[in-house]
Write a protein that binds this ligand. Structure first.
Ligand code: FAD
Length: 561
């Protein structure tokens, strides 16, 4: 037993799990990003603690502070909730060459729910699927704030990263009403409102996001000041009626005309239509088609190949996707109005509750399996209906793995070898990085951005898969998945160069990422700037010994060794 093992096992209870052997630690170093293929600085995880209670988190933080001045014994702690931060770092610690104890919070999965108010309090390990199962048991009246990352991801981890989805409450941190946690110096955190409340159950804190006095909950997000042990989230109630819409734009040039219409819908139907996704042809194909090129060839589809796939699968130049939530009448009227708003640019608007879709589903489900497999055309229709159904589930707050297929586009073994298996891009060694910049929601700016991505990605043999998520009428974030073959070091390097080019050139054009991967957090942020100097001052108070995730959204760190 090494020293680290014995000092930690003396500090924590036997409700928690601790291991220090390499075979058990190393899976946590497996990410989709391929960082270590690029440099000699190897990330390290010296121990993993899976706490069975929150007292042991406190004990570990206290121990790290006590030994922080001892060259030989000191260590940093990197907390993860489910460790599936694919494309941004997965479960890897941000800084290399630092002795790290990975704190895997996935066993902490208590759920408390006030059904009347729709406020759910979660421990960090609660996954989308666990919350979904819990809510279904209670009558399925509320929606899970799902993401494309799927059922096995933590709700708390995603909110801490300030991720977003496409259900009713799109902005996941926006829906967080209360946080409890521990700062890096070991002090307990709860809001001032909670502290002032002298009632028995002190619940009112969970109903009001902003508390009293300086707002500190936000300091737990995209930072390394503290560990969240509990989070309360406002869940969107399932509405009596729902419909998702799919609007097909045949011509690429229709993008400019579509933007003001999307803006109008988001403004006029605020609270009824939450966010709208706009995806280009290649991006849609990446979810529903097979890569026509050998997966490990590191080559983009030719325009011809895209055209063939698009014709085959009836994929237009742009697809607009959104959802309508409300009473039966509201949904009925909104459907009509949305159809009429987009009529000027498309006569192909499909609603998920169109009778034709339910008839098609009934017919397909009635047909014998053998026939479906023999007749290619029928098989294709079935696939399309399945995708439509799964997309609808996501928009209704039911997690599934539909979007994960994208990560396997260039997997060395080919995406099909994973068919029927539980997809997990990190474990399966998929290559994926995200470029996720905010873009001005103006037609010209978005067109310029599209041209920039379509010009830059192919220089590095990366497919320019473009999605715009229109979060509000005035705010759009684009996500470009940089998908590559992780098994080929030269390809990994080229993919990273692609991302770097997108980021550095994009910044000059005003495209600023809303979220960064663990390497960008090291090189992109200017530690001398006013903002990051202030962050360091806060860090020196909340975590003076720099024990929590050194380097995470904090460029001015003192490096522990
Ligand atoms: C195909 C695909 C689709 C995706 N779609 C989406 C999407 O729609 N929206 C989206 O936002 N993301 C998406 N992602 C990105 C990512 O996988 C998700 O955001 C995922 O939810 C993040 O991982 P996690 O929930 O396991 O968080 P974790 O990995 O557990 O946490 C993320 C980070 O937060 C910090 N942290 C975690 N827990 C704590 C804690 N308790 N206290 C303090 N700090 C903590 C850690 O630094 C950690 O590295 C997608 C990824 C893929 C591959």
């Amino acid at each position: 037993m090494n020293k680290l093992h014995s000092q930690i096992s003396n500090a924590i209870s036997n409700q928690s799990t601790l291991f220090t052997d390499i075979e058990k630690c190393s899976p946590y170093l497996q990410g989709t990003e391929g960082f270590d293929a690029l440099n000699d600085k190897k990330r390290r995880i010296d121990a993993v603690v899976i706490p069975g209670n929150t007292d042991d988190i406190k004990a570990l933080i206290e121990l790290a502070n006590v030994v922080s001045k001892n060259e030989e014994l000191r260590f940093s702690i990197h907390p993860i909730s489910s460790g599936r931060n694919w494309g941004y770092g997965t479960s890897q610690p941000p800084t290399a060459n630092v002795k790290t104890v990975l704190l895997d919070l996935s066993d902490l999965n208590k759920i408390e729910f006030d059904e009347e108010l729709g406020l759910v309090t979660l421990q960090p390990g609660v996954t989308q699927q666990q919350l979904s199962d819990y809510l279904i048991k209670l009558g399925d009246k509320y929606m899970v704030p799902v993401t494309g990352a799927g059922p096995d991801c933590s709700i708390v981890g995603n909110a801490i990263e300030r991720g977003y989805g496409i259900t009713h409450y799109t902005d996941h941190f926006g829906a967080v009403t209360a946080i409890k946690g521990l700062w890096g110096n070991g002090t307990q955190y709860q809001s001032a409102l909670f502290e002032l409340d002298k009632s028995k159950d002190k619940f009112v804190d969970k109903t009001y996001k902003w508390g009293v006095g300086p707002y500190l909950d936000g300091l737990f997000t995209q930072s390394n000041f503290g560990i969240v042990t509990e989070m309360t989230i406002r869940l969107a109630a399932r509405k009596p009626a729902f419909s998702s819409f799919y609007i097909k734009l045949e011509l690429d040039e229709l993008l400019e005309a579509a933007i003001p219409l999307i803006q109008r819908v988001l403004r006029d139907y605020e609270g009824i239509v939450s966010s709208i996704n706009l995806m280009d042809k290649r991006r849609v194909l990446s979810m529903i088609a097979d890569n026509p090129i050998d997966n490990n060839q590191h080559q983009n589809m030719s325009d011809n190949q895209v055209q063939m796939q698009a014709e085959n699968l009836k994929t237009p130049s742009w697809t607009i996707v959104g959802s309508i939530y409300g009473s039966k009448n509201i949904v009925k009227v909104t459907k009509k109005e949305i159809k009429s708003i987009f009529k000027q640019i498309s006569n192909q608007t499909i609603f998920s509750d169109d009778p034709i879709i339910s008839i098609a589903n009934k017919v397909i489900n009635f047909l014998p399996e053998g026939l479906l497999n023999r007749v290619a055309m029928l098989k294709k229709v079935k696939l399309q209906l399945d995708s439509l159904h799964k997309a609808k589930e996501i928009m209704q707050g039911k997690p599934n793995r539909l979007a994960l297929k994208l990560a396997y586009w260039r997997h060395e073994k080919g995406a099909n070898s994973f068919e029927g298996k539980v997809l997990s891009p990190g474990k399966d060694k998929c290559g994926l990085l995200w470029y996720a910049p905010l873009v001005l929601m103006k037609a010209n700016a978005m067109r310029e951005y599209v041209e920039f991505v379509r010009k830059t990605c192919p220089l590095f043999n990366i497919e320019p898969f473009i999605t715009f998520t229109n979060l509000r009428h005035d705010c759009v974030d684009s996500t470009i998945p940089i998908v590559f073959d992780l098994s080929n070091p030269a390809v990994v390097k080229e993919s990273h160069n692609c991302l770097k080019k997108l980021v550095t050139e994009g910044l000059k054009l005003g495209y600023v990422p809303y979220r960064l991967n663990i390497e960008q957090q090291q090189w992109l942020l200017d530690k001398e700037s006013d903002f990051w100097q202030t962050v360091n001052q806060i860090k020196s108070v909340l975590d003076p010994n720099n024990i929590l995730s050194p380097g995470r959204y904090n460029p001015g760190l003192v490096i522990l060794k």
